[in-house]
Design a protein around this ligand. Structure first.
Ligand SMILES: [Zn+2]
Ligand SMILES: [Zn+2]
Length: 285
């Protein structure tokens, strides 16, 4: 492509505020964790440094230049999520539904809209069917995959997204399940590993620990604005009610309400990706 920018020009740095920074905070969220804010925060700086160190393998500057922008586009292309996104659609249309329930098109029917952005409702109990899957989930999935495959060296592989969106019709068809985490905020991942000496339970716990180390995921939901994980066999206590023994459940439930606005929930892999970073920068003028 044409070289629009001198290689060393700083495009964004700590203290800046811009819609493109929001995109960077979404797309690199798996590198140490972040929320979709338009501000270049301390966390953004740490995230850029981690991306430079681990993915780009260049000197950590913590500022965004055109090389970082190009590397984000490369990272997107190297880790496609189209198949995972298709697997994450609600499967209620394949089920025998409870009488009176309607199948959704893959992302709910917008039920319980009155609870949308209602600060009086605890996120765990919010019944609102978000209008898609949160973009951050798939960008974290990408980064986690990068770490699983390249740095971790244990050859753990993501098999598939077993469960993504689960609308109320789907819940009802599963014995009137009450959980709402999967209404756009969560993914369940199945893993494979060609080492029969390691149990599936241990494999899932090992993979979870990679997400904790590199993506700053946390067990349970006590810490805000991070990726939350259901515990596995290694971490469970008698108090835990949600246990993911043989799969990995991660979600964005602990995000503040402003990071759970409808605009972050999307219905296609194209919308997860958005325009390339390079075209956003060129159009910025
Ligand atoms: Zn459905
Ligand atoms: Zn789950």
């Amino acid at each position: 492509m044409i070289d629009y920018f001198p290689k060393s020009e700083i495009l964004f740095q700590k203290g800046d505020k811009h819609e493109i920074i929001r995109e960077i905070n979404i797309r690199l969220a798996g590198f140490g964790g972040n929320v979709p804010t338009d501000e270049f925060t301390e966390r953004t700086e740490k995230m850029i440094k981690q991306f430079q160190r681990d993915y780009m393998q260049v000197e950590e500057t913590g500022v965004v230049d055109i090389k970082v922008i190009q590397a984000i586009d490369r990272f997107q292309e190297e880790y496609p999520i189209e198949t995972y996104f298709a697997q994450a659609k609600c499967k209620c249309s394949t089920l025998k539904l409870v009488k009176g329930d309607k199948a959704c098109g893959g992302f709910g029917n917008g039920k319980f809209e009155q609870q949308k952005q209602n600060a009086n409702t605890i996120e765990m109990y919010r019944k609102y069917e978000y209008p898609g899957l949160h973009r951050t989930l798939f960008w974290v999935l990408r980064a986690w995959k990068f770490y699983l495959y390249h740095l971790d060296q244990r050859n753990m592989k993501i098999e598939l997204v077993k469960s993504g969106y689960r609308c109320w019709s789907d819940n009802n068809a599963h014995n009137f399940r009450q959980s709402t985490n999967h209404m756009g905020k969560a993914l369940d991942i199945h893993m494979i590993y060609n080492n029969t000496k390691i149990s599936l339970e241990n494999l899932c716990d090992d993979a979870r620990e990679v997400m904790i180390s590199y993506c700053n995921a946390h067990y349970r939901w006590n810490v805000g604005n991070v990726i939350s994980l259901e515990v596995g066999m290694r971490e469970k206590t008698p108090k835990d009610t949600a246990i993911a023994a043989t799969w990995i459940h991660f979600d964005v439930r602990s995000f503040e309400l402003k990071y759970l606005e409808d605009k972050y929930f999307v219905k296609s892999a194209e919308q997860v990706n958005g325009l390339s970073m390079q075209s956003l920068i060129i159009n910025k003028g």
